[in-house]
Design a protein around this ligand. Sequence first.
Ligand code: B12
Ligand code: SF4
Ligand code: SF4
Length: 364
Amino acid sequence: MDHALTAEILSTLEGAGFALYGICRATETSHRAKFTQWLEQVGCGEMTYLAEHIQQRMDPCEFVPTARSIICVADRYTDGAPEQIHGGNVDRNISGAIVSPRGRVARYARGRDYHSVIRDRLEPIADDLRRRFPGNRFRVCVDTAPILEREHAQRAGLGRIGKHTLLIGEKSVGSWIVLGEIVTSLDLAPSNPVAGDPCGTCTRCIDACPTQAIEPWKLHAQRCISYLTIEHRSAPAEWFHNRTDDWLFGCDACVEACPHSQPRESATRVQPNPAYQASHSDFDLADVLSWSEQSRASMKLSKALRRAKLSMWKRNALLIVAGTNAATWSDQLVNALKQLASDEGGDVWLREKSAELLRRCSGA
Ligand code: B12
Ligand code: SF4
Ligand code: SF4
């Protein structure tokens, strides 16, 4: 086991600006049975990739043969300061005039795409190691590889997994972090995991979840607003209607509720990475409902936000509008609904939902 090289790598990761970093052994998960049970009982919905490459997901040595270590990193993307919620009944500006409801974007997706921000710093580190240690394997992963990123990060000492199933980072950064890894055949010294359960008797994330998607350490992914608004491409299940609060793309409600994720003075030692500074935090729903492919393109949305196609944006917007009071709808919003309701060639669900909402407006 190379202790000097381990220390050098950890210091390089700090220099690259990662908020948290550490190393764990590339060993098989101890939660194989739970994962299989989850797939069978909870189900992955349209995220069919979760049911593929199971062997690789359970064991990093199946993913990268000869793997011995995993170098784990986390970027902090916000300090989690509380922000205004745009509920239907508070959609009046300061002078009392009616304004269109707005929809929020989850904070991880407001700035540059984290896949690129992390990969662009891990690849040069992996390249340097490839040059110096020929014959070894180095595989950079950010989100999309079939590995259990939170579990490895926990074992590498970056934090502990909470009941909401997310990693709660050390150094008081909470869960406002995104993860990346280098899976390697190098034999590096593992970091110490953090001991203890971070949650105790707390249930705040479970209580705050608008769709009751959380059981302790078990997420009902198909009930999660993040899944619905970003991953689910078809019509939403009926019970989702009126439940998405003001979430237009992703959802942060469970993280916002967590005591570990409140802004803390002690977290100022690791400032959020400026690459994640918000370019789009929320959108006027009347605008979203009126977007054409061209007008959406002119918004210059980040790569993260471009993941949802136009009909998904409109579907997500209609679900928020459905939870607002029709008496507060602006003319612009009503006109946008009328346009969608009469779009014979357009998406059937969007047309029918808009027509249903307009009936509320006319009192029919
Ligand atoms: C699929 C996926 C989703 C799905 C499902 C989420 C989920 N919790 O599984 C959806 C679309 C809903 C989603 C939503 C979000 N996601 Co996501 N997602 C993923 C992805 C690609 C795979 C996760 C996975 O394998 N899920 C399948 C289930 C079965 O896995 P699991 O929960 O790990 O289940 C295991 C454990 O629960 C364990 N277990 C059981 N009991 C116990 C008990 C204890 C004590 C422990 C420790 C473990 C444990 O057993 C199971 C089998 O291993 C990962 C990236 C990756 N490759 O890991 C990102 C990832 C988890 N997502 C991330 C983010 C940021 C989010 C959102 C916050 C985005 C947003 N704001 O909208 C939300 C959060 C929702 C939530 N509360 O989890 C980050 C999380 C960072 C962090 N701080 O932990 C990740 C790691 C991406 C990244 N590279 O940063 N996501
Ligand atoms: S992201 Fe939102 S919907 Fe999903 S589990 Fe957390 S609070 Fe619930
Ligand atoms: S809100 Fe409470 S229960 Fe949920 S993850 Fe945070 S500490 Fe754990």
